[in-house]
Design a protein around this ligand. Structure first.
Ligand code: 4TP
Ligand code: AKG
Length: 358
C-alpha cells in the first residue's frame, strides 16, 4: 500500500473532502446523470461560477472542460495558430507542448534553456508570432515563471495571443488574467481530484481567432473546437458526454476552497514552501534543484538528492510519506514534493523534520 501522505506532483493526494463527496455523488446518482439534464447544467454552472469566485476570473473569459491538459495543448495549437507559435521551453512538459505544434504541422519556434532554469522577458519573439506559449510552473523541474515575465512578454508583443500552462500551480497563483488570453490546468494536481478532466479558460480574443481560422478553411478540430466548446458552454453543457462525476467533484471541492478562503490557501502554501526550501538550504546532503530564488516554485519543490535519493525515499516511506520521483533523466537523483492545498502544514512539518534526520 502507498503511504498515506502523497507528495507526488500528479496525480497527487486527493483533497481531503473528496472521499465524502464521492459517497454523496453515488448516493445521488451523479455518475449516470444525463449530461443534457437540468440537474447537470446546474452542476456545470456551480463548477464554473465557483472557479470564477475562487480565482477572480474576469467576465470576458469562458471556462470549458476537456479530457486533460494534454488535450488542451493540442486544442490550443489547432484553434489559435495558423502557422507560428513560440514556446518557452525549460522542461519536459513545455517541450511536449512545442512538439505537439510540430506534430500538427505548424511552424513553431522556441527558446530553450536547461532544466532548472527560468526566463526573463528580454528574449526576441519572431515577427508574425500568433501565439506565445508559457509554462507558469514546469512540473518536471519545479521552475516557476514570475508574473512580471509574462507581463513583459505581453507588453512587448501586443499582436500575439498569450497562453499560460498553470497545470501544477493553480489555484495558488493570484493571476492578473488581463495579461494573457488563455490559461489551463488539469484537476489531479492542485485541486486534488481524480484525473480525467482539463479546465481551459479562454477570452474573447481566442474565440475570435478560432473563428478567423475556420473562416479561412483551416481545420480547427471537431467537437472540441473553440466554437463548439464555447456555444455549448453558453448552455452549461459540453458537446460530448463529459466527465460528469469529475465536474461535480470539482464544483464541490472549489466550494470547499472558497469557504476556506483563497488568501488562507495562498498563505499556507507560502509557509509550507518556505520551511521546505529552508530545510533544503540548511541540509548538508540535499539542495534545492532550482537555484534562483525568483524561479523557485512554491507548488512543486524539487530536491537535488544525488546518491542519497534512494535512502531518503526509504526513510520518508517508512514515515508514511511518498515523495515524487525526479522526472526523466533525474529520476534517480532528485525528489519532487507537491505543495498543494490538500497538503497540510502538519504534513509539511513532518516532512521537514524527517529530512533533518537524514
Ligand atoms: N504532468 C503534466 C504536467 O505537469 O504538465 C500533466 O500531467 C499534463 O496534463 P494531463 O496529464 O492531465 O494531460
Ligand atoms: O510526474 C509527473 O510530473 C506527472 C507525469 C505525467 O503526467 C506524464 O509524464 O505525463
Amino acid at each position: 500500500m502507498r503511504p498515506k501522505i502523497n507528495f507526488t506532483p500528479g496525480p497527487s493526494q486527493l483533497y481531503f473532502t473528496v472521499e465524502d463527496h464521492v459517497r454523496t455523488a453515488f448516493r445521488e446518482g451523479i455518475p449516470t446523470l444525463s449530461h443534457r439534464s437540468k440537474q447537470f447544467e446546474a452542476i456545470y454552472r456551480k463548477s464554473v461560477d465557483g472557479l470564477r469566485t475562487l480565482l477572480d476570473i474576469p467576465e470576458n473569459y469562458t471556462l470549458v472542460f476537456t479530457g486533460s491538459a494534454n488535450e488542451i495543448w493540442e486544442r490550443i495549437i489547432q484553434n489559435l495558430v495558423e502557422e507560428k507559435s513560440f514556446h518557452l521551453v525549460n522542461g519536459s512538459f513545455s517541450k511536449r507542448f512545442f512538439e505537439i505544434a510540430q506534430q500538427l504541422n505548424k511552424k513553431p519556434e522556441k527558446i530553450e534553456v536547461a532544466m532548472g532554469k527560468g526566463f526573463d522577458a528580454s528574449m526576441a519573439i519572431p515577427a508574425g508570432t500568433e501565439l506565445i506559449a508559457v509554462t507558469h510552473n514546469e512540473t518536471s523541474s519545479g521552475v516557476s515563471l514570475p508574473m512580471e515575465v509574462i507581463a513583459g512578454l505581453r507588453a512587448k508583443n501586443p499582436g500575439a495571443l498569450l497562453t499560460v500552462d498553470a497545470v501544477s500551480s493553480l489555484p495558488y497563483p493570484a493571476f492578473d488574467y488581463t495579461q494573457f488570453d488563455s490559461v489551463f490546468f488539469s484537476v489531479q494536481k492542485g485541486f486534488g481530484l481524480p484525473a480525467g478532466l482539463g479546465v481551459w479558460l479562454i477570452n474573447d480574443a481566442c474565440v475570435a481567432k478560432a473563428e478567423q481560422l475556420l473562416a479561412k478553411g483551416i481545420s480547427i478540430g471537431s467537437y472540441h473546437s473553440i466554437p463548439s466548446l464555447y456555444s455549448h458552454a453558453l448552455k452549461h453543457q459540453n458537446p460530448e458526454t463529459p466527465n460528469v462525476l469529475g465536474i461535480y467533484l470539482l464544483a464541490q471541492v472549489v466550494e470547499d476552497m472558497v469557504r476556506r478562503g483563497i488568501q488562507n490557501i495562498r498563505k499556507e502554501t507560502e509557509y509550507k514552501a518556505a520551511i521546505l526550501y529552508k530545510a533544503l538550504h540548511d541540509h548538508g546532503l540535499i539542495n534545492p534543484f532550482v537555484q534562483e530564488k525568483v524561479n523557485q516554485s512554491n507548488t512543486v519543490i524539487v530536491a537535488e538528492c544525488g546518491e542519497h535519493t534512494e535512502k531518503i525515499t526509504k526513510l520518508l516511506v517508512e514515515n508514511g510519506m511518498q515523495p515524487g520521483d525526479g522526472y526523466g533523466a533525474f529520476k534517480k537523483t532528485q525528489l519532487r514534493f507537491a505543495n498543494f492545498p490538500t497538503h497540510s502544514k502538519e504534513q509539511y512539518e513532518l516532512l521537514v523534520d524527517t529530512l533533518a534526520k537524514v
